[in-house]
Ligand binder design. Structure first.
Ligand code: ZN
Length: 233
């Protein structure tokens, strides 16, 4: 379980594309792991032939295209590094045989159907945790996202911190990220229904507080935060 803490690669996703989907949420359907079929399941079989253990947690169907959140345990054949990590994978990886989770996530992040599935997952997480409901109650509708009250910003930042913590403690819960231990500002913006630039501002704030490392797009939990959660557990 330690290798997930040393992942160095950030994933870039098309922020414009994600943001354009924000106000277009449809009803959220939860599909059981038995829907892990078709091309994404072929990918799972290829990985298992390589000695990985694939444990599918949830699959969303978007226009006949599957996007799954899976637990993937194995040894990276390129680096020899052991890993056990949760991440997204979609039908696009059906014949893809490199077994590095980072590489499959990079492919998946380029898929528009997968981005839509992520956006649906973000809507589900929002619905479950009442995030935008709470923020809407605090929101001044006459002001822009940056000009909201300190209370609004504090609740938003706290929500992000909670999501990061949830992902560390229970990665199987899939808080709409692409890989365990990384959180894209654009997806968090979908979840909070705020402008991605505001989330980046929150990201810099959380970095100053030592909670995350922020590269301008991806929030990664700091070693200090992981240590704090470990000692509190
Ligand atoms: Zn795809």
């Amino acid at each position: 379980m330690t290798s997930s803490e040393t992942l160095g690669h950030s994933v870039t996703i098309d922020e414009e594309e994600v943001y354009s989907l924000i106000h277009n949420v449809k009803s959220v359907r939860e599909i059981q792991p038995t829907q892990f079929t078709g091309r994404v399941a072929i990918w799972g079989e290829i990985m298992e032939q390589k000695g990985n253990r694939i444990n599918p947690k949830l699959t969303y169907m978007e226009g006949g295209h599957r996007t799954s959140w899976v637990e993937n345990e194995g040894i990276d054949e390129a680096t020899g590094e052991e890993f056990c990590i949760h991440h997204v994978v979609c039908d696009c990886s059906g014949n893809y045989d490199e077994n590095s989770p980072q590489k499959v996530v990079k492919r998946t992040a380029k898929c528009l159907s997968a981005l839509k599935a992520l956006q649906r997952r973000a809507a589900y997480v929002d619905y479950t945790y009442r995030t935008t409901e709470v923020l809407d109650a605090l929101r001044d509708p006459t002001a822009g996202d940056f000009e909201q009250s300190n209370t609004f910003h504090k609740v938003a930042v706290k929500t992000i911190a909670n999501i990061i913590e949830l992902d560390i403690r229970h990665p199987e819960e899939w808080p709409a990220n692409v890989i365990n231990g990384q959180h894209q500002a654009s997806i968090l913006a979908t979840l909070l229904q705020v402008n991605p630039e505001v989330v980046k501002w929150y990201g810099r704030f959380l970095e100053e507080k030592g909670i995350v490392v922020f590269d301008g797009e991806t929030l990664t939990p700091s070693d200090d935060l992981r240590e704090e959660l470990r000692s509190a557990a």
